[in-house]
Design a protein. Sequence first.
Length: 317
Amino acid sequence: MGNILYLVIPCYNEEEVLSETARRLENKMKCLAEGKKIDEKSRVIFVNDGSKDKTWKIIQELHQKNKLFAGINLSKNRGHQNALLAGLMTAKEYADMVISMDADLQDDINAIDEMIDKYAQGKDIVYGVRSSRQKDTFFKKATAEGFYKTMNMMGANTVYNHADYRLMSKRALEGLAQYGEVNLFLRGIVPMIGYPTDVVYYERGERFAGESKYPLKKMLSFAVEGITSLSTKPLRMITLLGFFIFIVSIGMLIYSLFRHFTGATIVGWTTLMVSLWAIGGLILLSLGVVGEYIGKIYLETKARPRYIIEQFLNEDN
Ligand code: UDP
Ligand code: MG
């Protein structure tokens, strides 16, 4: 098992943090190489996600000075997930293991050691999980935790309190490459790949400079994106709602007939009440049925791999 490590770091308008990030990572990589934990051919890849500031210029300078640093320049801003994917897919050609992390180093880089140890023990995917959110503001904490819970409720299964700080082996990345979907939500897809996995806990710090590139608006669209690109559960919910209202309509039928025969209604009330509920329920139910089929078509168009073979035992091997 080789141990060439590539770090993949998406950067969007990160001029304020890049130099310091590079300095810290250089030290880290040096320590790891000296401790024989990683190969000399290991690299740090910065992916410039169409930044409007000097980010790409800084990456070019870093590469000039030290071959440890590599860079990928995207043609325009494609968002964090796509930038990350570009880096991962490029790195998988050269690396045995790849760790993805943010440019602001909010994720403790000392967890890398433990991730590599787990990789050496045969784990293919090691998730970095935040042990607590003490340093987050109340608002960020509440929205982020609500985010994970809603996601799971809606059928998008993700690892709780895990962002995109994770180690993936070459074969796990090759598995990922088989997912041909355009709307890619990595946190939901990676657990689908399988293979032995593990987690590493770490404390998440604050951004040491610059500001968050994930304002509330982006976070909300990220959540909607995650749910709608991973699962068809919202469609199933329409079916359930239709079914529920249809049941209610039967109750209303009985109630209205009761009122009708006890003579406590005006003419026409019974027919109106009953048809209102029954038709409403039937419409929702049919909509849900149509939705079920659309959901199937949707999942088919994603052409996800149906299996990934981990091992093949064969006489001639
Ligand atoms: N990022 C990116 N493209 C974008 C937005 C963000 O590549 O369109 C990168 C950003 O440079 C950083 C990472 O995604 O490396 C996470 O962003 P940030 O730290 O601002 O998010 P937060 O930690 O506030 O959730
Ligand atoms: Mg951050």
